[in-house]
Ligand binder design. Structure first.
Ligand code: HPA
Length: 267
């Protein structure tokens, strides 16, 4: 970690964000352009800028805001609107910050969402994919050696099954697959997409180190990708841009919101 960065004090950060409100049950990280759960009861927002030790969010489409409140008629949640990416020049340890803050806020369960490129031809932009597993091709780790066990499932299988059942009942376009996390920020070449599609179903630039952090803290995790572009079929036809990713993510946010609201009521 650069000398200028100190590890935040998560208990102090939690006290700042929560005030005297009750603990939260779920921590949710929203990916690029995923703008949901604005309507929380007793919503209380804290800018990352006001949390000592937190870097400001530099990516367009990321607000850099932590919202705490209650889903109407449901659970208390903390929603991170914006996350920290390695491509912003931040150290791998910064991927622990939001997850550690959720834990300090009382949460035992985290939902990690992201915008991702689809590596299967049967995807349609706006589909959701639950992460069954991940390939960490950032070549970094956010967990101490030994904190994540050999072959450990980072994403809770029974929570995935529950999410799939809810999606089926609600008619939401949700499948399961392996997510590969790269360093970014550039999008993949045709050769890279061909290579990655042999091993994974969706590609993005986040989430993998947060899932390691959640596992090392003993938190239950669910990962959800919003497929903003079908990388495998658009090679050579169109260029994926951050603007396009945000546009589709915004339009697909409704599916994600319905899934998460039902899930946070059910589990
Ligand atoms: N590649 C990497 N990250 C992404 C993509 C993609 O095609 N789409 C959204 N995030």
């Amino acid at each position: 970690m650069p000398a200028s960065m100190t590890q935040p004090d998560f208990e102090q950060a939690a006290a700042l964000c929560r005030g005297d409100a009750e603990p939260v049950e779920y921590g949710i990280i929203l990916g690029s352009g995923l703008s949901i759960l604005d309507e929380l009861e007793d919503r209380r927002d804290t800018s990352y800028r006001d949390i000592p030790g937190f870097p400001p969010s530099t990516v367009e489409g990321h607000k850099g805001l932590l919202s705490i409140g209650r889903i109407p008629g449901g659970s208390r949640v903390a929603i991170a609107r914006g996350r920290f990416h390695l491509y912003e020049g931040l150290p791998a340890a910064s991927a622990r910050y939001l997850v550690s803050l959720f834990a300090a806020l009382g949460s035992h369960s985290v939902i990690l969402s992201n915008a991702a490129g689809g590596l299967r031809a049967d995807f349609t932009p706006g589909d959701l994919m639950l992460l069954s597993d991940q390939l960490n091709l950032t070549f970094r780790s956010s967990a101490e050696a030994g904190a994540v066990k050999f072959g450990q499932a980072l994403y809770d299988p029974s929570w995935q099954a529950q999410a799939l059942a809810i999606a089926g009942a609600q008619g939401l376009p949700v499948s399961q697959g392996v997510y590969v996390g790269l360093l970014g920020p550039s999008y993949e070449t045709a050769g890279e997409i061909a290579f990655l599609s042999r091993f994974a179903d969706a590609v993005g630039m986040s989430t993998v180190l947060e899932a390691q952090a959640a596992a090392s803290l003993g938190l239950r995790a669910l990962g959800v990708s919003c497929i903003t572009n079908v990388a495998i079929t658009t090679v050579g036809l169109a260029q994926t841009s951050h603007a396009e990713v945000m546009d589709v993510a915004q339009r697909a946010s409704g599916h994600l919101e319905r899934l998460l609201v039902a899930l946070c009521k059910a589990s």
